[in-house]
Design a protein around this ligand. Structure first.
Ligand SMILES: [Mn+2]
Length: 343
């Protein structure tokens, strides 16, 4: 084990001992929940319950509607106020959550009381004794090993079918249906193992990637109509102002796929979606790159960041058009600099 800020990096055996020893587990996951966090949290909940323990999953933000299918059997809501009265956790574990800020308001409540964090993000701020596997595709993949070991240590023959389904969902979700560059041979081997155990992969992938609500499609259509191409078609930008959001009765969650509309256009190397969440002239920018162009450098200019191929930032501008122009010139400048460096 190694020490980080007084927190220990735990072995697999220590993790399974901790999980095996708890009775009432509170499972926390990150704000802005995605399929990996929801799948991981509920897989852990289901597993602990199959061992006769009590468990409850909690997030500072509600689970988006498109992922509700994974949790509705267990909880109607993941919000803090939904916790059953009388539920007194003796163990607090977080999944898929790399930093205190990602716990949102839950950190004020549970910071310093978290017994264990299970994650796969390499970069982050450790806030509890941890089990982090940074090279692994998803928290779901990490959790599969943890739960398999936990089962073995407690004489359980196989993981419950629902656990396998939730793990599959987590892995497929974080790998964009096994399309991103976080997929390793082990990821496919795990998927194969889960399908062998009866996981309905086609159904899960259809629900995660093949279905959109009508509103989602309307929003994407409206966004597409507003898409502008720059730099000879290498840059695509979609803007979505607040009045349009209001007109469609859209939630922020409905606007998250606008970036995918922009980035899948042939020839586009850098895509940006700029939305205006409220009436304020504060714009949320999402950026994607399909080449070595590092969009995190652009976002860092405006106090944001992320990964080389997926980043975000918040811009204060006079108008959404001004925000669009800011991003476009930053990208064009970097194109010019990068081209100069290659010569
Ligand atoms: Mn994840």
């Amino acid at each position: 084990m190694t020490e980080t800020d007084g927190y220990r990096s735990l072995s697999l055996g220590e993790v399974t001992d901790m999980l095996g020893g708890c009775n009432n587990a509170l499972i926390l996951f990150h704000v802005h929940p995605d399929g990996d966090s929801v799948g991981s949290a509920f897989a852990l909940r289901r597993m602990l319950e199959s061992m006769g323990k009590k468990a409850w999953c909690m997030c500072a933000d509600e689970v988006p509607e498109r992922l509700m299918f994974a949790m509705e059997k267990y909880q109607a809501s993941a919000l803090p106020e939904a916790v059953p009265t009388g539920f007194e956790p003796d163990f607090i574990v977080s999944v898929d959550t790399a930093a205190p800020s990602q716990l949102g308001s839950l950190y004020e409540r549970y910071g310093g009381k978290i017994n264990l964090m299970i994650d796969h993000h390499g970069k982050g701020t450790v806030y509890a004794d941890s089990y982090v596997m940074p090279e692994v595709s998803s928290c779901g993949e990490v959790l599969f090993d943890v739960l398999t070991e936990l089962a073995k240590a407690n004489g359980i023959d196989s993981l419950p079918g629902e656990v396998n389904e939730l793990i599959y969902m987590a892995v497929s979700s974080d790998t964009g249906c096994f399309r991103y560059n976080n997929v390793h041979p082990s990821t496919h081997m795990l998927a194969a193992k889960l399908i062998e155990k009866g996981v309905r992969s086609a159904d899960i992938n259809h629900r995660l990637f093949g279905i959109k609500t009508l509103k989602q499609m309307q929003v994407e259509h409206a966004g597409f109509e507003r898409m502008n191409l720059y730099g000879g078609g290498r840059i695509a930008v979609i803007t979505f102002p607040y009045d349009l959001k209001k007109q469609y009765g859209a939630e922020d969650e409905n606007l998250e796929t606008l970036i995918d509309v922009a980035r899948c256009v042939k020839g586009v190397e850098v895509a940006a979606a700029i939305r205006q969440p409220t009436e304020e002239n504060r714009f949320r920018v999402s950026m994607r790159s399909s080449t070595d162009f590092d969009v995190s450098e652009i976002c860092a200019l405006y106090g944001g960041g992320g990964h080389e191929r997926a980043s975000g930032c918040t811009l204060n501008s006079d108008s959404i058009l001004a925000a669009e122009m800011t991003i476009v010139s930053a990208v064009e400048n970097k194109f010019a600099t990068d081209a100069g460096e290659e010569e």
